[in-house]
Design a binder for this molecule. Structure first.
Ligand code: COA
Length: 333
């Protein structure tokens, strides 16, 4: 069995930069509050007339396919991770299949929120290892900006999120001990409502009620920020350790940690906990906010471009988010 590897990676973020000062014109917040609590300075907002979720996914995918020297016709499977799909159904995976002109291949939609990219990598890994497929397109794409509550009720959430997309082409790894060494997935549904968009769900009649879209309504994300923070730091630590221990490594062996970008304070907490030097962790949240399923491929792509990941390096991807879900992947690059 051959390991899976990330053969190509691509990113697309909308041009429209929204600073904290821009947000303070829309709602009762300040640059100082946002930077101090989250580390975020700016984020990107999509113009949805042009950039649909799947269009952003396609733009990132084309770059990933180019890097992997692969064409859309050669893709065997799409795995599409998002919490902000274009339609309630069908999922954005089939829209991407149409947009790219792939063959009538399978398109799996993953709903694991911030852990979506790592969940997706784990799915792709299984198909590559068993030899079922040779070219899998894995996408994480999000448009948050159209669904946030910009009133004071939602200001602690709205300042965090941004739009963007990342994609990877997953192929069999050449060379002993290279590629994805293991993936680790977890969930704890007990806390599902601590970070969620509840409506318009199908478990309510009528599905749409006007109060849902009023400020503070259930159409918008809800988040118990401090509870999420406390759980995130524990689960990140656990799942990174799990990945290292499974493969008989310690944190000293790690060359690069790409954590999901939930909040810079969470990443810094983990960095401190593991005593990781600055060059062994890559954060992007200052520029893009929390882009949920897109944040890990964006971080990975940037770290690669900056020459921070080299052939043979040990790289850990780790995520935590709504569900709660959390996950990690250990990769010998
Ligand atoms: N601007 C200014 N003030 C704000 C604000 C904003 N955008 N959002 C909230 N506040 C205010 C609150 O109203 C509250 O005021 P009060 O003390 O007068 O009642 C005060 O700031 C503290 O609010 P609180 O929600 O307790 O802030 P916090 O210290 O927990 O920070 C988060 C909020 C969201 C930054 C923090 O909880 C966090 O980062 N949690 C993790 C979130 C996360 O990572 N989510 C993604 C997971 S994938």
């Amino acid at each position: 069995m051959k390991n899976a590897k990330i053969a190509g990676i691509g990113v697309y973020v909308p041009d429209n930069v929204v600073t904290n000062d821009d947000l303070s014109k829309k709602m009762n917040t300040t640059d100082e509050w946002i930077v101090e609590r989250t580390g975020i300075k700016e984020r990107r907002y999509a113009n949805v007339e042009v950039d649909k979720n799947y269009i952003m996914g396609a733009k990132a995918s084309r770059k990933a396919m180019e890097m992997a020297n692969t064409t859309a016709e050669e893709i065997d499977l799409i795995v599409y991770a998002t919490l902000s799909a274009d339609y309630i159904f069908p999922g954005s995976g089939v829209l991407l299949q149409r947009e790219l002109g792939c063959k009538n291949i399978g398109a799996i939609d993953v709903r694991a929120q911030c852990s979506g990219f790592v969940y997706g990598l784990s799915i792709a890994e299984q198909y590559i290892k068993t030899g079922t497929y040779k070219n899998i397109l894995l996408v994480g794409s999000e448009i948050h900006s159209s669904g946030l509550d910009y009133s004071d009720h939602g200001r602690h959430i709205s300042v965090i999120f941004g739009d963007g997309a990342g994609a990877a082409v997953i192929q069999p790894a050449e060379g002993e001990g290279k590629g994805v060494l293991s993936t680790h997935l977890h969930s704890e549904g007990e806390h599902a409502e601590q970070l969620a968009v509840i409506d318009p769900g199908f478990s309510k009649v009528p599905r749409f009620q006007p109060e849902m879209v009023k400020p503070g309504g259930s159409f918008y994300p809800v988040m118990n920020g401090q509870f999420v923070f406390k759980n995130a730091v524990v689960r990140f630590e656990e799942v990174i350790k799990e990945a290292l221990e499974t493969n008989n490594y310690t944190v000293d062996d790690l060359d690069m940690l790409i954590p999901h970008q939930a909040n810079l304070r969470i990443s810094q907490f983990i960095q401190k906990k593991f005593r990781l030097p600055e060059e062994k962790i890559h954060n992007t949240i200052m520029k893009y906010g929390n882009t949920t399923a897109a944040s890990i491929p964006i971080g990975l792509s940037e770290a690669l471009e900056a020459g921070k990941i080299k052939d043979g390096d040990l790289v850990c991807l780790a995520a935590f988010g709504s569900g709660f879900t959390w996950a990690s992947a250990l990769i010998r690059w």
